[in-house]
Design a protein around this ligand. Structure first.
Ligand code: 4FV
Length: 236
């Protein structure tokens, strides 16, 4: 059972987005639990102000420390572990990948902090964040989509979430190679036939064909991963 606690200004956006097919079922069958904490609920002024101008000037607004910290404390009060792993999703973080998803899936509890505007006051980040994670080198308007992307990838790796039919493609990133082309019925569609080898029933030949296709696809689309694969499989 894995508990995700999401700190956000837009709880409904996150819950709506995550309560779908596989994740919805995982929540129903108790493999994972997802709750949201609305940072705005922890403001102390009547205008429920969460942001202010950045010292030193610069464009945009910054989320202030106090509401974030108090929202965090509200989660800590009801989580068991001493220091719960707390991810701040931000372009200033390590880029998320399948390896990190597998690692995060081992946690019982995971807090994910979603920023907005230009980001969050550094002083509260220093206080509560254990991991800085980016979903890619581009700038979004908020941390909710990154949080949902991470939860989707992490939850898939929690035992019981995927049925064995669904857990196929996870290994496609385990040895740097992209997954091979896949086909299903009918055997011919739009004048295009399924590659003969896949209909042959020769598992050795199918495996060989799939590896070849993965190598071709990886070399074409992700030369960076292809280099890593070659380095890892240097024929001595
Ligand atoms: C982002 C990313 C991202 C930046 C300012 C939210 C936005 C706003 N988070 N991976 N790329 N965040 O663009 O994680 O606060």
């Amino acid at each position: 059972m894995m508990n995700f606690h999401i700190m956000t200004l837009f709880p409904e956006m996150v819950m709506e987005g995550l309560n779908t097919s596989i994740l919805g079922r995982a929540i129903q069958n108790g493999c994972i639990a997802i709750d949201t904490v609305n940072i705005r609920d922890y403001t102390l002024d009547k205008h429920k102000k969460v942001d202010d101008y950045p010292y030193g000037g610069g464009a945009g607004m910054l989320m202030q420390a106090q509401p974030v910290y108090d929202a965090y404390q509200s989660i800590r009060k009801r989580t068991s572990a001493k220091k719960v792993r707390t991810v701040y999703v931000t372009p200033q973080g390590a880029v998320f990948n399948q390896k990190m998803a597998v690692e995060f899936a081992k946690e019982e509890e995971l807090i994910i902090l979603c920023g907005h505007y230009e980001g969050i006051d550094e002083r509260v980040l220093e206080e509560i964040v254990t991991d800085y994670v980016s979903i890619g080198d581009y700038v979004l308007t908020g941390g909710e989509l990154p949080a949902m992307v991470m939860i989707d990838a992490i939850a898939r790796m929690v035992p019981g979430v995927l049925s064995n039919e669904e857990s196929g493609e996870t290994e496609s990133f385990s040895d740097y190679l992209l997954e091979y082309p896949q086909y299903s019925r009918p055997e011919e569609w739009n004048g295009k036939k399924v590659p003969e080898v896949l209909l042959s029933g020769h598992h050795k030949n199918i495996e060989k064909w799939r590896l070849e296709q993965s190598l071709i696809r990886t070399r074409e689309r992700r030369p960076d991963l292809y280099e890593k694969y070659l380095a890892n499989h240097r024929q001595v």
